[in-house]
Design a protein around this ligand. Structure first.
Ligand code: KG4
Ligand code: ZN
Length: 338
C-alpha cells in the first residue's frame, strides 16, 4: 500500500509517499522560513497562501521521486490539526478532493501523533511501551505510549512550549526567526561568564513543565549584561543547559514511575544536539534503548504524516469522504483509541 502524506499545519509544506513494503519512497518539503523571517514569526495568511502555491508542484515532485503516478496511490493522509486553521484547510481540502477524485480513502491525522511516531521512519524502530518526550514549537509533553493509539500523557507544559521558549529567548537576543536552531548554534562557541538559570518546576513533585519564567530570567540577565555577542553566547549556554537539564530531571522521574526501558524523543526541539547528547548519556547510564528521528524528520515534514496514515489505513480506519474538518486546537488525548 502506498500512502501520500500531506503536512501544512504551520510554515512547512511537506508531501511524502510511504510504501508499506518499501518504506519512505519520496519526501518533498518546502520551508517558508525565508517568507516569514522579515516579520519575526509566522504570518498565518502568508502561510496559507504559500501552501496553496506549493502543494501541487510538491505533489508532482514526490510522485516523480517515487517514480509513480497518482493512480499508484492507495490512500491519502493529511494533518487535520493542531495548527493554523487556514494552513490546515489548504492541506485538508487538497487531500480530500484528490482522494475523492481518485476514489481512494483519506485519513485526518493529528500533527503531534505524527511527530510522536516519526522515529518509526528510521531503520531502528521503537518498541512499545516507550516513554516519549514530545517537544515542538507548540507542545511539550511526556507521554507513555502503551501501543499504537494508546497514549497516556504524564506531563505537559503549563505555559510556553520548549520550542516557543527557545524562539522567544532567541528573538529577545536579536537572533533571526525561528530562533531555536540559531540559539543552539551559539552554544558551539565557548562561554566566558557562567550564568545559572533555574530548572523550572523541578523542586516539586510531578511531571509538568513551565518555560515562560526561563524566558523572563533570560531577559533580565540580558538587560544586566554587556549586551554584546559574548553575552548572547553566555545566555544561550545557560538557557539551553537549563532546558535540557529540566528535561533530564523529569525524564528520570518518569522512568522511575513507569519502569519502561525504551525512551523516545521527537518534535522540532529533538533536533537539539545538546538534548540528544544528554539523552544519549542517560540512556547509556540506565541501560535504555533510545529512539529519535533523523534530523529531517524532527521538524515538520510529510513523511511522518504518510507513515501515520499508513498505520490507520492499513487497519481500515478512514475518513468520511464528504466532510472536511480541521482543528486549530486538538488535544492528543482525543485521537482514535484502538
Ligand atoms: O515540530 P516543529 O517543526 O513544529 C511544530 O510542530 O511546532 O518544531 C519547531 C520548533 C521551533 O520552535 C524551533 O525553534 C525548534 O523546534 N527547534 C529547535 C531546534 N531545531 C528546531 N530548538 C532547539 N534546538 C534546535 N536545534
Ligand atoms: Zn510540528
Amino acid at each position: 500500500m502506498r500512502i501520500l502524506g500531506i503536512e501544512s499545519s504551520c510554515d512547512e509544506t511537506g508531501i511524502a509517499i510511504y510504501d508499506t513494503e518499501k518504506g519512505l519512497v519520496a519526501n518533498a518539503l518546502f520551508s517558508q522560513i525565508a517568507l516569514h523571517a522579515p516579520y519575526g514569526g509566522v504570518v498565518p495568511e502568508v502561510a496559507s497562501r504559500d501552501h496553496l502555491k506549493k502543494i501541487i508542484p510538491l505533489t508532482h515532485q514526490a510522485l516523480d521521486e517515487a517514480g509513480i503516478t497518482l493512480q499508484d496511490i492507495h490512500g491519502i493522509a493529511y494533518t487535520a490539526g493542531p495548527g493554523l486553521i487556514g494552513a490546515l484547510f489548504v492541506g485538508a481540502s487538497f487531500a480530500k478532493s484528490l482522494a475523492f477524485s481518485l476514489n481512494i480513502p483519506s485519513i485526518a491525522v493529528h500533527h503531534m501523533e505524527a511527530h510522536l511516531l516519526a522515529p518509526f521512519l528510521e531503520e531502528k524502530k521503537p518498541c512499545y511501551p516507550f516513554l516519549a518526550l514530545l517537544v515542538s514549537g507548540g507542545h511539550t509533553m511526556l507521554i507513555l505510549a502503551h501501543g499504537f493509539g494508546r497514549y497516556e500523557c504524564l506531563g505537559e507544559t503549563m505555559d510556553d512550549a520548549a520550542g516557543e521558549a527557545f524562539d522567544k529567548t532567541a528573538k529577545m537576543l536579536g537572533l533571526p526567526y525561528p530562533g531555536g536552531p540559531h540559539l543552539s548554534r551559539l552554544t558551539s562557541f565557548p562561554k566566558q561568564t557562567h550564568y545559572t538559570f533555574p530548572r523550572p518546576m523541578t523542586d516539586r513533585t510531578g511531571l509538568d513543565f513551565s518555560f515562560s519564567g526561563l524566558k523572563t530570567f533570560a531577559l533580565n540577565t540580558w538587560k544586566k549584561s554587556t549586551q554584546d555577542e559574548q553575552a548572547k553566547i553566555d545566555i544561550a549556554h545557560a538557557f539551553q543547559e537549563a532546558v535540557v537539564d529540566t528535561f533530564i530531571i523529569k525524564i528520570r522521574r518518569a522512568l522511575q514511575l513507569t519502569k519502561v526501558k525504551h525512551l523516545l524523543i521527537s518534535g522540532g526541539v529533538s533536533a537539539n544536539t545538546a538534548l540528544r547528547e544528554k539523552l544519549g548519556q542517560l540512556a547509556q547510564s540506565q541501560n535504555l534503548e533510545l529512539f529519535f528521528p533523523s534530523l529531517p524528520f524532527c521538524t515538520d515534514n510529510g513523511a511522518m504524516v504518510a507513515y501515520l496514515g499508513s498505520e490507520y489505513l492499513s487497519r481500515g480506519i478512514e475518513d468520511d469522504h464528504l466532510k472536511i474538518e480541521v482543528h486549530a486546537r486538538w488535544p492528543l488525548s482525543e485521537v482514535k483509541i484502538i
